[in-house]
Design a protein around this ligand. Structure first.
Ligand code: SLL
Length: 206
C-alpha cells in the first residue's frame, strides 16, 4: 500500500462549508434581449471566503435541462458559477475531494432562489438593488481520514470548524455565526415556553 493511504482509526475531521446562491433582477438591455429575468451565482464557499482548493479538487453543478451544457464543472477556486435565467429550480452540487483523501464525492441539493419570499428585515418591501441570498451552512465529516488527507488538513490548520462569532453586515455573504445559533436557540426556548404555558392553561380549563 502506498504511503498515506492508510486510514487513521478513531478520528473524524469536520470542515465547514456554505453553499447556496445570490440573485439580482436583470436590468437594462440584457433584460430586454431575452426572457431571462435574473442573474445569479451559485457557490460553495468556506468560512470567511477561504480558498477551499487545498482539499476540494472540483465542484460540479447540475442545472435545469433548459440550460445548454447543464452539467457545469468548476476546477479552480472560487467554486462558483454565474448564470442568468427566468426560473427557480433544484441544483445538484457535487463536491469532489483531493485524490489523497480517497473520499467519495458529496452531493448537496440547493433550491436556486431568485425571489424574496418575505419583506426586508426593516419591514419594508424588498429593495430591487438588494441581492436575494439563500445559503446553507453544513459541516463535511471525514471519518477515519487517510494519513495523507489528515496531513493536508492539518498543514492548512483546518482540523476543526470555526464559525464566526458575529453576524456579518454584508448581506452578500452567508450570515451563519455563533450569534445566529444563539438567536435560533433563544427562539426555540421561547417557543417551548409558550407551548408549555398554553398546555398548562388548557389543562386548567379542562
Ligand atoms: C420553473 N420548474 O418552471 C422551473 C424551471 C427553469 C429555469 C425553471 C433557463 C435559462 C435558459 C432557465 O432559466 N430555466 O434558457 O438558458 O420555474
Amino acid at each position: 500500500m502506498a504511503t498515506g493511504t492508510k486510514r487513521i482509526k478513531g478520528i473524524s475531521i469536520t470542515r465547514p462549508i456554505y453553499y447556496g446562491n445570490n440573485a439580482l433582477p436583470l436590468t437594462g438591455k440584457k433584460a430586454n434581449d431575452s426572457d431571462h429575468t435574473h442573474k445569479w451565482t451559485v457557490a460553495v464557499r468556506g468560512l470567511g471566503n477561504d480558498d477551499l482548493s487545498y482539499y476540494i479538487k472540483k465542484v460540479t453543478f447540475k442545472l435545469h435541462e433548459t440550460y445548454p451544457n447543464s452539467l457545469r464543472t468548476i476546477e479552480q477556486p472560487p467554486f462558483e458559477l454565474q448564470e442568468t435565467g427566468w426560473g427557480e429550480f433544484e441544483i445538484l452540487i457535487k463536491i469532489h475531494f483531493h485524490p489523497a483523501a480517497s473520499e467519495k464525492p458529496v452531493s448537496l441539493y440547493h433550491h436556486l432562489r431568485l425571489h424574496p419570499y418575505e419583506d426586508d428585515v426593516s419591514g419594508q418591501p424588498w429593495p430591487k438593488e438588494k441581492p436575494v441570498t439563500s445559503y446553507s451552512y453544513d459541516e463535511l465529516v471525514f471519518n477515519e481520514p487517510t494519513e495523507a488527507f489528515y496531513q493536508i488538513l492539518s498543514d492548512n490548520n483546518a482540523l476543526s470548524p470555526n464559525l464566526p462569532v458575529k453576524k456579518s453586515k454584508d448581506s452578500n455573504i452567508p450570515q451563519f455565526s455563533v450569534q445566529m445559533e444563539h438567536e435560533e436557540l433563544d427562539r426555540l426556548n421561547a417557543a417551548q415556553r409558550e407551548v408549555h404555558s398554553q398546555t398548562m392553561a388548557l389543562k386548567q380549563r379542562m
